[in-house]
Design a binder for this molecule. Structure first.
Ligand SMILES: *C1O[C@H](CO)[C@@H](O)[C@H](O)[C@H]1NC(C)=O
Ligand SMILES: *[C@@H]1O[C@H](CO)[C@@H](O)[C@H](O)[C@H]1NC(C)=O
Ligand SMILES: *[C@@H]1O[C@H](CO)[C@@H](O)[C@H](O)[C@H]1NC(C)=O
Ligand SMILES: *[C@@H]1O[C@H](CO)[C@@H](O)[C@H](O)[C@H]1NC(C)=O
Ligand SMILES: *[C@@H]1O[C@H](CO)[C@@H](O)[C@H](O)[C@H]1NC(C)=O
Ligand SMILES: CC(=O)N[C@H]1CO[C@H](CO)[C@@H](O)[C@@H]1O
Length: 594
């Protein structure tokens, strides 16, 4: 309607003489109406923002609950800059906001795009930063300082995308550019602007190809919809494609924007560490101990837990036995460090461990011994020495039976899910630039989740809080019930905050830090049990039909069929017929977490 009236007015104006009085009066009032409409829209935007409630999480910057410690002296750790072998980099955590959306992305709260600010003298921007609005601002990008023509200005920019035609709530309009690098150089980050003018060439630097490595899109930061649309526009975090203790890729902290399509080629790369002696940026033993004191997790057990952790030595000293295939009738006791366990080899089924044979001793060992329990720490370089991963392993002599939820009923699954010997872990990822805890990995059997520090629960300063699930001991960042299943039937993973807690930093034991050792000195001696590569529990076989029949007794008839079907669909890992192997046999010993 308004549009029609406007069109008529415009047509009418066209027919008038420009210098006529009526023309200029109408034009003046139209201008006025225009101004008022503009103001109203602005106010409307403000109002709708107030209506939608509180400030967005991203509007405040995350800080650990306690200030960072002054780390003890070492070599290169925690000094703020890292030399990648001819390219110095530092982590920038102060940002100027460039553009933000208030819709789309995780929780439909939008995302914000930032430019790094306050770069130290001589350092250049390598790309912009972006993150979802549903989390406090907690990010970094690397800035680079050239030593030998490793950095060069781009020769042009390509406009990848702009939000001009986007019909969603946004603050201004965003333009995302790809720097066009000179020959032999690559772009490692996008530039974001709030105007359609090309950024200046001095804005950013491209990196010589020999200092770059392949990367991949990781977690989703933003897209116009509430979930990522593979055919639409998306923004992701970037991480090196090859990751692990010997991989040389270094993430830049930048993001990648993509215009849809199946596996589009990436317009950006990561950095590569060419400094062979990268261990010099890693913490030395005194610094590792300080990091453990700063961040070591508290693990809370469920009030109903019956199967607690113990130290490995307690397990051995209290009657655990080593079995050899073919000599099953002659198991042997294990000494307290495991020095009589077979060392190395492969998990070939030739040996396994088990609980004591005697019924009473067996029941006692199954329940573990929290008092003696010890957490075992493995310290390793990640992202070519720019981060330190601290993997924290906890041993439980026994993994209790799984429990299922069938509509309103709790069902204990008997032998299903039980196994002897249970190795669980958490991993802390610490920045080598500052020593700040960046993320925590909560392992849940063969899966797990990375949780940003800004979403982690802390206590006693910067100590991480974790919850071990009832009987299964998987780690979770929050208490509550996680159900594995659907349609009202699933395996229960219950966690809760009880008075029973393990402080993993108390009487902890650093069992491996390979990077500290060299041919002349062994700084961290590995305990013999760590190099036992076979299973920590026997293969069990039970009659699944029998177990289902026992569990069925507690269920009304109408639910039994669905319950049976569900149990039979469970993967082997949950059925728990294999004893687990130790920490060194897991992929994350040398690789990245999932
Ligand atoms: C990370 O910190 C460790 C411990 O100080 C150090 O050896 C390593 O060189 C650091 N990495 C980088 C790239 O600075
Ligand atoms: C760590 O390095 C510092 C400085 O070189 C040194 O004083 C300290 O003794 C080292 N700590 C260990 C345990 O090697
Ligand atoms: C099922 O088990 C959970 C966790 O132990 C408990 O909180 C809940 O009350 C139980 N439900 C029933 C119906 O017994
Ligand atoms: C620490 O753990 C070791 C190994 O289990 C044990 O021998 C020692 O008594 C423990 N120390 C304390 C103070 O708990
Ligand atoms: C350390 O020893 C290994 C095997 O003996 C050898 O290949 C390597 O070159 C040695 N490294 C140094 C730095 O001496
Ligand atoms: C999602 C999840 O953590 N599921 C776990 C629930 O508990 C069973 C049994 O302990 C595990 O096997 C699942 O991985």
């Amino acid at each position: 309607m308004t549009v029609l009236v406007l069109v008529f007015v415009l047509v009418f104006l066209e027919t008038l003489q420009p210098n006529s009085r009526i023309y200029s009066r109408i034009k003046r009032s139209l201008n006025f109406v225009n101004k008022v409409t503009e103001k109203l829209t602005e106010m409307g935007n403000c109002l709708s923002f107030f209506e939608t409630g509180k400030a967005l999480p991203v509007e405040s910057a995350f800080q650990l609950p306690s200030p960072l410690l002054t780390w003890p002296p070492g070599t290169g750790f925690g000094l703020g800059t890292i030399d990648l072998g001819g390219l110095q980099v530092c982590q920038i955590t102060s940002f100027d906001k460039v553009w933000s959306t208030r819709e789309g992305g995780p929780d439909n709260l939008g995302a914000t795009f930032f430019e790094p600010s306050s770069l130290p003298e001589g350092f250049f921007m390598l790309g912009c930063y972006s993150q979802p609005n549903n989390q406090p601002l907690h990010g970094w990008v690397l800035a680079g300082k050239d030593q030998s023509d490793v950095l060069r200005e781009p020769i042009d920019y390509t406009l990848l995308w702009s939000s001009e035609s986007l019909k969603i709530k946004q603050d201004g309009i965003g333009y995302i550019w790809i720097p066009v690098p000179p020959d032999g150089y690559r772009a490692v980050g996008h530039v974001v602007t709030s105007s359609q003018e090309k950024p200046s060439m001095e804005k950013v630097r491209c990196v010589r190809a020999d200092f770059t490595d392949q990367c991949e899109a990781n977690t989703w930061i933003w897209g116009p919809g509430k979930t990522s649309d593979p055919n639409g526009f998306n923004v992701f975090n970037l991480r090196p494609k090859t990751r692990g203790t010997t991989a040389m890729g270094v993430p830049v902290g930048t993001f990648i924007a993509q215009n849809g399509g199946k596996d589009p080629p990436l317009s950006l790369v990561c950095l590569r560490n060419n400094y062979l002696n990268y261990e010099s940026f890693m913490p030395n033993l005194s610094q590792i101990e300080a990091l453990i004191q700063a961040y070591s997790p508290w693990v809370y057990f469920h009030p109903g837990e019956a199967y607690f952790p113990s130290s490995v030595s307690w397990f051995f000293n209290n009657g655990a036995l080593l079995y050899k295939k073919g000599e099953e009738s002659k198991p042997i006791p294990i000494d307290s460090t495991g020095s009589n366990l077979p060392q190395g080899g492969s998990n070939d089924g030739a040996y396994w461990l088990d609980l004591p044979v005697d019924g009473k001793a067996k029941e006692r060992v199954k329940r573990g011994d929290l008092q003696s329990s010890q957490a075992y720490f493995h310290i390793k370089p990640m992202y070519a020495g720019t981060f330190t991963d601290i993997a924290i392993w906890v041993f439980y002599p026994f993994n209790g039976p799984a429990r299922a939820k069938v509509e309103f009923f709790n069902v204990s699954l008997g032998k299903i899910g039980e196994h002897v010997g249970d190795w669980e872990h958490l991993t802390l990822r610490v920045s080598n630039f500052s020593g700040e805890l960046w993320k925590v990995y909560f392992a849940q059997h063969s899966k797990g989740v990375w949780v940003d520090s800004s979403e982690v629960e802390f206590q006693n300063g910067n100590k991480v809080v974790a919850y071990a699930s009832l009987h299964g001991h998987a780690s979770y960042p929050k208490p509550g019930l996680v159900l594995q299943g659907s349609n009202g039937i699933g395996i229960r993973n219950d966690t809760a905050k009880s008075k029973i807690v393990m402080d993993t930093g108390e009487n902890c034991s650093i069992v491996a830090a390979e990077y500290l050792n060299n041919n002349k000195t062994t700084v961290v001696e590995e305990p013999p049990w760590l190099n036992y590569f076979r299973e920590w529990g026997p293969k069990v076989s039970y009659d699944i039909a029998e177990e289902i029949k026992k569990a069925d007794k507690h269920l009304p008839g109408v639910l039994r069929k669905d319950f049976e079907k569900f149990i039979r669909s469970l993967p082997n890992e949950v059925l728990g017929e294999e004893g687990p192997t130790g920490p060194k046999m897991k992929n994350n010993w040398n690789g990245d977490e999932a």
